[in-house]
Design a binder for this molecule. Structure first.
Ligand code: ASP
Length: 430
């Protein structure tokens, strides 16, 4: 008799908001039960605002403020332990709180080991601990409800290069390791966002990178689908916190989702669509608060349904305007030097504009990097800098959208193509 091929994986990704307290954790358990599939890969991000807290812990340590760093740690440890206690089944064989306690012992050593002087490497070692902690918690909790729940070791499975804070996945090695680690039926819990390089040093895939982990893993395992659980009911035509009127989007193509994420729609990580697109795997974005709501399906059919204008706001933007000292035009060789400099500092240029005498570049403000970046640029160019700007994009724009965006402040730069309308503004204070 032939053995039938194992059922394909369903991949689920839960972000910080879905597991920020014990109620959230129980909700995740209930949601997963609904799917009752024999093979699930559950990718989990750090809970609540833990990643920000760990960034703060690192900053305090860099400043030599050890007791402030310990206070951040204590708070984080307490929140997770409390969740563990609250979610412990009265007669659970393995205690969730015990699993958290054990993990905390290991993570404390990682967070308070001597700093190496390599900021990005220290960042990855410390900040990635949020995922290690939340995943230990989630796996222990699910194991109380289900047989066959395994916690995968992201450092052993998810191989990346050594490009700290923006590590690139080693697809061949990770596919091999992930496939081997998930051969049996069951539920596998995989920390998002983190991996390790060939020497075993912890790396991270960039902020909000757990979406990317989920979609990359789905690609590698040939999964049936990926579902990203959010606190919003799918992809909306804009961020409801930024725009007065937004509409739910029922379906969009992979290409439209890539465009929207690239221009800053925060509902999904910009890199997360490519792997599922390549494999033709549908990606669903659904609300963990209203799971009966259909959410958004991202697949291969062209277009957005219903057709609408999508609005994106990126706040806290800096603008640098560079001009050559020798009063010549800004030419290709200058641009190569400028972009090399941005690349070296990990700056993503969100908008650029060239004129005969100047080149202007807009990017997310970063007070840690800007002083060094500006020093380097000023070695070759005259530099003017503004910050506190907001970049708005209307995708599939119309006259009303353009008028509305222009009304939000003083226009610094405006650009338009048949599909995109973009304005960099100094916003009028509301
Ligand atoms: N925990 C990481 C972050 O907050 C990764 C993620 O949530 O996707 O950026």
């Amino acid at each position: 008799m032939h053995q039938s091929a194992p059922a394909p994986f369903q991949v689920f990704k839960f972000g910080g908001a879905s597991i920020q307290d014990a109620t959230g954790l129980r909700r995740v358990g209930d949601l997963l039960d609904r799917y009752a599939s024999a093979r699930q890969l559950i990718v989990v991000s750090a809970s609540g605002k833990t990643t920000n807290a760990l960034e703060r812990l690192l900053e305090e340590r860099l400043l030599g403020h050890e007791s402030e760093a310990v206070a951040v740690w204590d708070q984080m440890a307490q929140v997770h332990l409390e969740m563990g206690h609250l979610c412990d089944a009265p007669l659970g064989s393995e205690s969730v709180a015990m699993a958290v306690q054990k993990t905390l012992i290991d993570l404390r050593l990682r967070c308070f080991a001597p700093l190496t002087g390599n900021y990005a490497a220290d960042y990855d070692r410390i900040v990635g601990c949020g995922e290690l902690l939340s995943n230990a918690l989630v796996a222990a909790y699910l194991a109380q409800r289900q047989p066959n729940v395994s916690l995968l070791d992201a450092y052993a499975v998810f191989r990346t290069d050594s490009n700290h804070r923006q590590a690139r996945i080693d697809w061949g090695e990770t596919t091999k390791r992930l496939t081997e680690a998930t051969e049996m039926s069951g539920w596998y819990v995989l920390p998002g966002f983190i991996g390790a390089d060939a020497q075993g040093n912890p790396t991270t895939l960039g902020r909000e990178g757990s979406d990317y982990t989920a979609s990359a893993a789905a690609f590698m395992l040939g999964a049936h689908s990926v579902t990203i659980w959010k606190d919003v009911p799918g992809f909306l035509s804009g961020d409801p916190k930024a725009f007065p009127e937004v509409h739910p989007i029922a379906r969009m193509s992979y290409e439209e989702a890539i465009e929207l994420a690239f221009y800053g729609a925060s509902v999904i990580h910009p890199k997360a669509v490519q792997p599922v697109k390549k494999a033709g795997i549908p990606l669903y974005i659904k609300s963990f608060l209203y799971p009966q709501h259909p959410g958004t399906c991202i697949d291969a059919q062209p277009g957005i349904e219903p057709a609408c204008v999508c609005l994106i706001r990126s706040a806290h933007q800096s603008l640098v305007r560079l001009s050559t000292r020798e009063l010549s035009f800004v030419a290709e060789d200058h641009l190569i030097r400028i972009y090399r400099c941005f690349h070296r500092h990990g700056i993503k240029v969100n908008l650029s504009q060239l004129s005969a005498a100047h080149a202007s570049f807009c990017f997310a403000s970063d007070p840690r990097i800007e002083p060094v970046l500006f020093d380097e640029l000023q070695a070759d160019f005259d530099l003017e800098h503004r910050n506190g700007l907001s970049l708005y994009t209307a995708y599939h724009h119309d006259a009303d959208a353009r008028k509305y965006l222009r009304s939000l402040g003083q226009v610094v730069i405006e650009q338009r193509s048949p599909v995109h309308f973009r304005v960099l503004l100094e916003e009028t204070q509301k």
